[in-house]
Design a protein around this ligand. Structure first.
Ligand code: DGT
Ligand code: CA
Ligand code: CA
Ligand code: ZN
Length: 573
């Protein structure tokens, strides 16, 4: 079990205790240990092997340490098995339904005997939930919507988890000498928000020997299929990995086929057919005659078009554009010159202004905006006006110490329920960079939400709308507003739209990036980092931007510090 697997066990125990209505402190202590394990950069297993004292980790006392050791040794723990007898995994999973907390799950379980998602959906359809105390027709409707949302993400993992899992597998593959080429395909290569399974293509000198060595990967739980051309497995935690073997001569066609998307492939196959050819995972064929297949580019060119970047392969007009030689030159991670949304210890971040600045310098950035929360976001200890003024002073002091980077004094000001901002305009005008975002009242109806956002956009003191859709992938639906009206207001008022790169947000989503681009709105790709390492999350934002057809010129934090200052008019000195 790796750190994340162990963290998941702690999370499940905490969930069960919460549903049971157990001691709050106990619940929190499990959550704390869970967070520690998520954040830990070294495998806890390794620490134990080396005889290090894991009770020195934050939130890990003797009893948690004992459980961690038990999990490392046996893959499970007594406490969990005991609790699961009365509270099976399916039941705790109900807490993943947007809008359902432990209390409601407990109520549904107790009163209606609901044990899993199917029970829940059935009860909702039969209008039985609305009769419960504290529920109503509206909450019942919300729960059904939540179930629908969860179904679209159920069994899928975030792109970050998928990248991490692939990197670990890739490390294992890199030690197999017979393997000549290894390459991720599927939705991972297309940088989708969520990933169903991993597709890994391999060229090897010896398939049998290779499969034997892949089998040694210690995270494989079960082999699902094995054949001449494939080896499918399930990893601990449930992620499936499809390994497929190909010859050099057909690798380009295979890569194209297994990168997908299916919709993109279908169009390409039709195109080949109109030319009297056949396209499959081995190549382009005219009868028995192979016309192309070794390289992806060669296959596309044969079909009369430019090579299409994987992120665009969704059958959203890329094939037409590629035929005309009109594809966009997509933005790249290397184009990013700075980060304009990070938090520090002043609110809910884990690193100081200095530490975040050092991390930004390490990444070669020319500027960094420190944007902590405002007072209304209580759980983050958001800043009031006085606190913010003091924080800004501290930020400027750090800025003064560094010649090689501009550290900007900013804020992520909360948009209140009625669209007013959480801090006065006078205070906000003093700052270099103001993000405004929603952190509450996500359920307003479309008209009210539209009015709320436009009011904030027209305040004349904000630069950027943070995580505009307010969605949490697999957790909370996007808020409802008139996207055209709100985007037009951004354009009219010189407000940029954020592409928040946090893997649980990825907000703006790709299709909205494209809409904004078409309207001529500039965007900002931001990490929303709460610790220095998380600055690297920006790559996921770039992935979304690429899926949204964005070029370097669509994104303002590709500008150098001087150009940025000219673009963001209210930037002080
Ligand atoms: P996922 O795994 O749900 O996140 O999404 P993908 O796109 O990775 O889908 P997956 O793993 O089922 O298949 C990988 C690629 O293989 C897919 O993008 C296109 C190709 N593929 C799979 N099945 C079919 C099929 O029935 N027809 C065609 N044309 N292509 C397919
Ligand atoms: Ca896949
Ligand atoms: Ca697959
Ligand atoms: Zn935020």
């Amino acid at each position: 079990m790796n750190n994340v697997d162990i963290a998941r066990v702690f999370s499940e125990i905490a969930d069960i205790l919460e549903i049971k209505g157990g001691n709050e402190f106990r619940v929190r202590s499990y959550r704390r240990a869970e967070q520690t394990l998520f954040d830990l950069t070294v495998p806890v297993e390794e620490m134990i092997e080396k005889g290090e004292d894991i009770t020195s980790l934050p939130g890990v006392g003797d009893s948690h340490a004992k459980k961690i050791k038990e999990l490392v040794d046996t893959g499970t723990c007594n406490r969990l098995e005991e609790l699961r007898k009365d509270f099976p995994k399916e039941l705790t999973d109900l807490m993943k339904v947007p809008g359902l907390g432990a209390k409601k799950v407990a109520l549904l379980h107790r009163e209606l005997g609901i044990k899993n998602l199917q029970d829940l959906e059935k009860a909702g359809r039969e209008k039985r939930i609305r009769k419960l105390e504290g529920m109503g027709a509206k909450s019942e409707e919300k729960i059904l919507e939540g179930v629908a949302t969860l179904k679209t993400t159920a069994g899928r993992i975030s792109i970050k988890e998928a990248v991490d899992a692939f990197e670990e597998i890739d490390k294992h593959l890199s030690d197999i000498p017979e393997i000549q080429v290894r390459q991720a395909a599927g939705s991972l290569r297309r940088s989708k928000d969520t990933i169903g399974d991993l597709d890994v293509l391999i060229i090897t000198e010896d398939r049998k020997a290779t499969i034997k060595k892949i089998r040694e990967y210690d995270r494989i739980q079960e082999v699902l299929a094995e054949g001449e051309e494939k080896f499918f497995v399930k990893l601990v935690g449930g992620l499936e990995v499809d390994f497929r073997f190909f010859e050099k001569e057909s690798f380009g066609a295979a890569l194209m086929y297994f990168t997908g998307s299916k919709a993109h492939n279908v169009e390409l196959r039709k195109l080949a057919q109109t030319k009297g050819w056949k396209l499959n995972e081995y190549g382009v064929f005219h009868g028995q005659n192979k016309l192309a297949g070794k390289k992806e580019r060669e296959v596309y060119n044969k079909l009369g078009m430019d090579w299409v970047p994987p992120e665009l392969r969704e059958n959203r007009g890329e094939i037409e554009a590629a035929k005309k030689g009109n594809l966009p030159t997509l933005i790249e991670v290397g184009d990013i010159r700075g980060d304009l949304h990070v938090h520090t210890t002043a609110t809910d971040g884990a690193a100081t202004i200095e530490e975040m600045t050092a991390a930004a310098i390490e990444r070669g950035y020319e500027y960094l905006a420190i944007t902590d929360h405002s007072q209304a976001v209580r759980v983050t200890q958001g800043l009031d006006e006085e606190g913010l003024a003091e924080h800004a002073e501290n930020i400027r002091a750090v800025d003064g110490k560094h010649d090689n980077i501009r550290v900007l004094a900013g804020v992520e000001v909360d948009i209140l329920k009625d669209g007013r901002l959480d801090l006065s305009s006078d205070v906000l005008r003093e700052l270099d960079w103001v993000i405004a975002s929603i952190h509450s009242y996500f359920n307003l109806d479309k008209k009210e939400m539209t009015k709320r956002l436009i009011k904030a956009i027209e305040s004349d003191v904000i630069n950027c709308l943070g995580h505009p859709m307010g969605r949490l992938i697999g957790g909370r639906d996007a808020v409802d507003f008139d996207v055209n009206k709100v985007f037009d207001a951004c354009l009219d008022n010189g407000v940029f739209l954020e592409i928040n790169a946090h893997p649980q947000r990825l907000d703006l989503p790709d299709t909205y990036c494209r809409l904004a681009k078409d309207k001529g709105i500039k965007m900002v790709i931001s990490s929303d980092a709460h610790k220095s390492r998380s600055l690297d999350l920006i790559a996921f934002g770039v992935g979304v931007a690429r899926r949204g057809w964005l070029e370097k010129s669509d994104v303002i934090n590709t500008l150098d510090a001087k150009e940025l200052k000219e673009t963001v008019s209210k930037f002080s000195n």
